[in-house]
Ligand binder design. Structure first.
Ligand code: UD1
Length: 418
């Protein structure tokens, strides 16, 4: 497996274009199977998780090709009942094929889904929603078998907890169900909104888009369409925070600023100047980073859990103490150990809380990524550190970043993949 070598201590300067959103692209690609038509998805990021999803679509009979202006998915001859059981293992987001397949094929079989090493990540909310729509499930030898009987029926579903994936899956199943589904407690993350907009473009009827109450009129015939995936708010947030950590000034071209309010307001609390412009987001780091007392991850529009580890790294350079609270996933403080080895004053308070005390100068070291966002946090630590940092386990970072080395080199960083 490749590793990333970073010679830290360079202020990030210049501009970089932000890639398309991973979390928006994946459910849209899964949804193409419902269209039985030709789709052209623009701005699809070229990342490992997308390649895997495209492989899954191919195994379901779709003809997939990369064009100059996006990825083309021809689902006219898709055979949704041909899903290989093992295919869904290894990428949690392939789970959203389940909703599409249940509605389309009426039957699914899958291994328990994998994903990042961040907590248990159960799928009870997904299964409960499918059951409300009339599906039945049984588990045998680690394989889940789902059956939609004579077809899914619209229902009133109230999600007891906010879940992005379960909301997307419910929407994907409900567009194929007969009748109306009312989904309350729906996740309001921008990626859910993107999926709903794509489905409506294909002919679905969904009301309440962007709110926590979605009304889906199922059973409408969907056709293929052209659609643009928005820029990735987490990638943009990573580079924004890296700019703060290294003390620089950058333009994040195409950054989806309206979806980044919590991150921008966090950066401003640390003393940064952020300015929205037509071409994207300008960020100017302050001479001296200020700490903030507390940073809590929350569901959208709160501070995203996917940027928690990167923010924690940047806090080591800020003056004062900060309490970081993780409320979405357990097991998301693994960054503390490598950070401590780099000289960070960080401590775990309990499973959901950590404290960072700054400012300290980090020292380069050899580290290894264990999941996608933790990997991006290690790269950020390397950019801030004196000397050389080596981040092994690049495959995890490739799952979500098209080319983190290329992007950061455009901002002047000395970073190479070996
Ligand atoms: C999605 C994102 C991920 C992001 C997360 C939270 C994708 C591909 N991934 O993941 O990057 O970090 O949203 O914004 O879009 N839960 C249950 N039962 C379930 C489902 C979820 O208890 O059936 C719990 C999870 O363990 C977690 C919380 O609900 O504690 C939120 O998870 P969820 O919003 O479902 O995250 P994902 O969709 O997996």
């Amino acid at each position: 497996m490749d590793s990333i070598h970073i010679h830290g201590g360079v202020c990030l300067q210049g501009k970089v274009r932000i890639q398309g959103s991973k979390n928006a692209a994946l459910p849209v690609l899964a949804a193409t199977i419902l269209t039985k038509g030709i789709n052209l998805i623009h701005n699809c990021p070229k990342i490992a998780d997308v390649y895997l999803m495209l492989e899954l679509l191919r195994s379901l009979g779709c003809v997939v090709s990369w064009e100059e202006d996006g990825v083309r998915v021809d689902a006219r001859n898709a055979a949704p009942n041909k899903m290989p059981v093992s295919a869904i293992k290894g990428m949690r987001s392939s789970l959203c094929l389940l909703g599409a397949l249940l509605g389309e094929a009426g039957e699914v079989a899958m291994e328990y889904p994998g994903g990042c090493v961040i907590g248990e990540r159960p799928i009870d909310l997904h299964l409960a929603a499918f059951r409300s729509l009339g599906a039945e499930f049984r588990e045998e030898n680690g394989i889940i078998y789902g059956n939609a009987g004579k077809g899914l029926m619209g229902a009133h579903i109230d999600m007891p907890r906010s879940s992005v994936g379960a909301t997307e899956n419910t929407v994907l199943a409900a567009v194929s169900a007969e009748g109306v589904t009312v989904l309350t407690g729906a996740a309001r993350e921008p990626e859910v909104e993107t999926l709903c907009k794509y489905l409506c473009r294909c002919g679905a009827q969904i009301e309440g888009i962007g709110t926590d109450r979605l009304v889906i009129v199922g059973g409408r015939r969907l056709s293929g369409t052209e659609f643009g995936v928005p820029a990735d708010r987490i990638v943009a947030g990573t580079y924004l925070l890296a700019c703060l950590g290294t003390g620089g000034a950058v333009l994040l071209e195409d950054a989806p600023v309206s979806h980044m309010e919590a991150v921008v307001s966090f950066a401003c609390r640390m003393g940064a100047e952020c300015q929205e412009a037509q071409e994207g987001l300008y960020v100017q780091a302050p001479g001296r980073l200020l700490s903030c007392d507390r940073l809590t991850t929350e569901i959208y529009p709160g501070f995203p859990t996917d940027l928690q580890s990167v923010a924690l790294v940047v806090m080591t350079a800020a003056e004062g103490k900060c309490l970081i609270e993780e409320t979405i996933f357990e097991n998301r403080f693994r960054i503390l150990e490598p950070l401590r080895r780099m000289g960070g004053k960080v401590r775990l308070i309990d499973a959901g809380k950590a404290e960072v005390e700054g400012p300290v100068f980090l020292n380069g070291t050899e580290t290894e990524a264990w999941e996608l966002r933790g990997g991006a946090a290690l790269v950020t630590a390397g950019l801030m550190a004196d000397g050389e940092t080596i981040v092994k386990g690049c495959d995890y970072i490739d799952r979500g970043y098209e080319n983190i080395c290329r992007d950061l080199r455009e901002l002047g960083a000395r970073i190479y993949r070996v």
